[in-house]
Ligand binder design. Structure first.
Ligand code: ADP
Ligand code: MG
Length: 599
């Protein structure tokens, strides 16, 4: 039987899309406060927002006779018709938030329009009105949201720990504060003040507060404008970089957005100064003529479409390039920005059998003799384009037993190429071994073997390393502190959001560097609190080995021979801990084919 759903059910379904977690409630209600012209906003939560969320503002309030309407689905004061969508300046306009939140929580609203004598209190539960009364109260609006998802247990189950949910809310509040430096924000979690901004418009103060001293000390100011678009804010000097894009933030007309186009423009501008897989710090506010963007994408997706992609890309890249060029950059960033050689696995690629692939290893040994013969059927035509080559050259060559102890004596080490690759001749193949990857792999495997089943020890650092952490990083450290301690990290609060690292795991000396420790902490962001000791250990070990290798460039033939020797004792020598290939190979036949000696 087909039937129309009642409004309460419709709202509950819609709530599922708009309100995924407590952070969405905070975002929607705080954006409403901003839209209402508030200059001071307090955000208070308890237990990660699960039991209690309060947003208080000093904005325009809601008139008594409009309260019920505001809680209807698709009710908004911000647009009147589809044409208005082209000029939206407010953060909201869909009229979905209040109805959605009310459907899945107990909501209390207290509000007064400035100039009115009396305000109003309105209470709903699961979208059903419980009470409405006149009440004396200050100008502005307070929303209290209790027991979110109390009537949708399935959704509640999907939430993470209170600490993680609080982390998401923290991110939202930080972004709102950074993108509205002219408004005063207060964020309170479990009765503790977590963030307080003055609203004096000084973005640098806010950045200092949120991201810590080190980042605030390495900022460059960007301010540029052209027809229809402007950009204002701060970018980090190239030395201030991170291993992921978490610190690459920007806002468009006050909205936190993720855009591949802008990411690319920013990263391209930094390219000459930074290492691969390092991302800059940015905190930039774009003002774009609303006619040039389409804001009408799903509210929970932080995307946005530009009508002129090229203009936005060029403008952004140029602004950042000019900022970077204009200032004196810290020398070490330029010098140490040695780019790892890109490895062209597309041209020479091996797919070695994994140790467990016994059948494949055997099959290859059997068919080996056949493989060597030039094909008797159609001659292979060697084409010019490299794309054409690699179809022919994909090899699975580890049946050649390069890495068996027996054959070690017949390796002929030809020499080193580009100070990075060792070329080895063995039987009828040429092998190229990536010195860094190989060395790293050997170290890593040894380290992991020695760490297995071993009591962790701690090595004291003198002097200790002082980390100045962002709020989020501090939270990650707190979440993982007991695991980190077990592994041998000794981390202690050092006042404010600075932490001193007095000890590191005994075998991981390589990681005793400020940048690496921060990178390790950042890498735990995506793991959540479930990150196991083993995972942290593997990460730390792999970073430590990488660091150890970087420091060690030169390698003699003898050392190379020893390294290849150690490599062949490993169970899986084919890939480095980061998944890059360690060895690639090319057969003599392949080479001769290229020179057209054979067809
Ligand atoms: P939207 O923000 O898309 O308009 P909402 O459901 O979030 O939709 O809010 C509905 C309406 O309620 C808003 O258009 C606004 O008129 C009113 N409103 C909500 N929050 C506030 C607030 N804090 N102060 C003043 N008015 C508010
Ligand atoms: Mg809204």
């Amino acid at each position: 039987m087909i039937r129309l759903l009642d409004q309460a059910t419709v709202n509950k379904i819609a709530a599922g899309e708009v309100i995924e977690r407590p952070a969405a409630v905070v975002k929607e209600l705080t954006e409403n406060a901003i839209d209402a012209g508030a200059t001071a906003i307090t955000i208070e939560i308890k237990e990660g927002g699960l039991s209690f969320i309060r947003i208080t503002d000093n904005g325009g309030g809601i008139a008594k006779d409009e309260i019920k309407l505001a809680f209807e689905r698709h009710s908004t004061s911000k647009i009147k018709s589809a044409e208005d969508l082209l000029h939206v300046k407010s953060l909201g306009f869909r009229g979905e938030a209040l109805s959605s939140i009310a459907a899945v929580a107990q909501v209390e609203l207290v509000t007064k329009v400035p100039g009115e004598m009396i305000g109003c209190r309105y209470v709903t539960e699961g979208g059903v009105e419980k009470n409405i009364e006149e009440i004396g109260c200050p100008d502005g609006t307070t929303f209290v949201v209790r027991n979110l998802f109390y009537n949708t247990p399935a959704r509640r189950k999907f939430l993470k720990s209170a600490m993680t949910e609080a982390g998401y809310i923290n991110d939202i509040v930080e972004r709102l504060a950074v993108s509205h430096a002219g408004l005063s924000f207060k964020f309170i979690h479990n009765n503790q003040l977590k963030l307080g901004t003055s609203g004096n418009g000084n973005l640098k103060d806010i950045i200092y507060h949120i991201y810590g001293r080190d980042i605030a000390a390495g900022l460059l100011e960007t301010d540029r404008e052209q027809q229809g678009i402007s950009i204002k804010g701060y970018i980090g000097k190239p030395v201030v970089s991170r291993g992921n894009r978490n610190f690459m933030n920007y806002f468009i007309n006050g909205r936190y957005i993720k855009s591949k186009l802008i990411n690319k423009a920013l990263e391209d501008a930094y390219k000459p100064y930074s290492m691969q897989h390092r991302y800059p710090f940015t905190s930039l506010s774009f003002e774009v003529d609303p006619e040039l963007i389409d804001v009408n994408v799903h509210p929970s997706k932080m995307e946005l479409r530009f009508t002129s992609q090229e203009t936005v890309y060029n403008f952004t890249k140029q602004a950042v390039e000019d900022t970077l060029r204009g200032k004196e950059l810290i020398e070490e960033a330029l010098v140490s920005a040695e780019k790892p050689m890109p490895i062209k696995t597309s041209v020479l690629k091996i797919l070695p059998p994994e140790p467990f692939e016994i059948h494949r290893i055997e099959r290859q040994s059997v068919t080996k003799a056949q493989d060597r013969r030039p094909p008797e059927f159609e001659p292979v035509i060697v084409k010019e384009s490299p794309e054409q080559y690699h179809a022919v050259e994909q090899m699975t060559l580890f049946d050649d037993r390069l890495l068996s102890k027996k054959s070690a004596s017949s390796h002929r080490i030809i020499g080193q190429l580009f100070r990075t690759y060792w070329i080895v001749e063995f039987e009828s193949n040429m092998y190229m071994i990536d010195q860094h990857a190989a060395h790293e792999k050997v170290l890593y495997e040894k380290l992991m073997a020695s760490l297995q089943n071993k009591e962790f020890s701690s090595q004291l650092l003198e002097p200790p390393i002082i980390l100045s952490l962002s709020m989020r990083e501090e939270q990650i450290v707190k979440e993982h502190i007991s695991v980190l301690n077990t592994l041998g990290f000794e981390i202690e609060p050092f006042g404010g959001r600075e932490y001193s690292v007095r000890g590191i795991p005994g075998d991981l000396l390589g990681i005793a560097q400020k940048e690496l420790l921060i990178e390790l902490i950042d890498s735990l962001t995506d793991e959540g609190p479930g990150g196991s000791a083993q995972m942290i250990l593997e990460k730390a070990a792999s970073m430590s080995c990488k660091a150890a290798i970087k420091a060690n460039h030169a390698m003699s033939q003898e050392e190379a021979r020893a390294m290849i020797g150690s490599l062949l004792e490993l169970e899986n020598p084919y890939h480095c801990p980061h998944g890059r290939p360690v060895i690639i190979s090319m057969s003599k036949y392949e080479i001769e084919k290229k020179f057209k000696r054979v067809l």
